[in-house]
Design a protein around this ligand. Structure first.
Ligand SMILES: [Zn+2]
Length: 159
């Protein structure tokens, strides 16, 4: 199992998969343990409470940078939204797909507008790194699957 990053809405249910190894970037894990003040709530850091992601902390499996998980499945480091954000590049029979995590929140973020090729989501830790990650995605020549766009579910089939 992969966490694209460790914001609460992407990692709080890790403990519900007791047999899964959870692959995260080491940089993300380091940041999640000690996020900057303004991002603490996003990592479920609340005084007196244990962040939900820590309920499966012993099964976290950190990696460093781009990493092939299996033939046709590669983790792609995409820092910017968070320091250790990553996507999952999947080579399928019908094409290459990138599960982009919050590096690309909505299709509108990826497709941009008249003024910009892409529009970064409003939350980030490093906007320069985020832009570089978007350029990196361009170089992958793949179809981008955003993290929070309901149109992904409407499509249903990626092959
Ligand atoms: Zn996020």
């Amino acid at each position: 199992m992969v966490n694209t990053h460790m914001h609460w809405d992407h990692s709080s249910n890790n403990h519900l998969f007791p047999n899964a190894r959870v692959v995260v970037q080491q940089r993300e894990l380091d940041f999640a343990r000690n996020p900057v003040t303004w991002h603490r709530m996003l990592f479920d850091v609340v005084p007196g409470l244990r962040p939900a992601w820590q309920r499966a902390e012993e099964r976290l499996s950190p990696v460093d940078g781009d990493t092939e998980l299996a033939p046709g499945v590669t983790l792609v480091a995409l820092p910017g939204h968070t320091p250790g954000s990553q996507g999952v590049l999947v080579e399928a029979a019908g094409g290459r797909y990138l599960i982009a995590g919050d590096c690309v929140y909505l299709y509108d973020n990826w497709h941009g507008d008249d003024d910009a090729e892409h529009i970064p989501p409003g939350y980030y830790t490093d906007l320069v790194a985020h832009e570089q990650s978007l350029r990196k995605i361009e170089s992958l020549a793949c179809e981008v699957i955003p993290s929070h766009d309901s149109r992904v579910v409407e499509r249903k089939i990626f092959k």
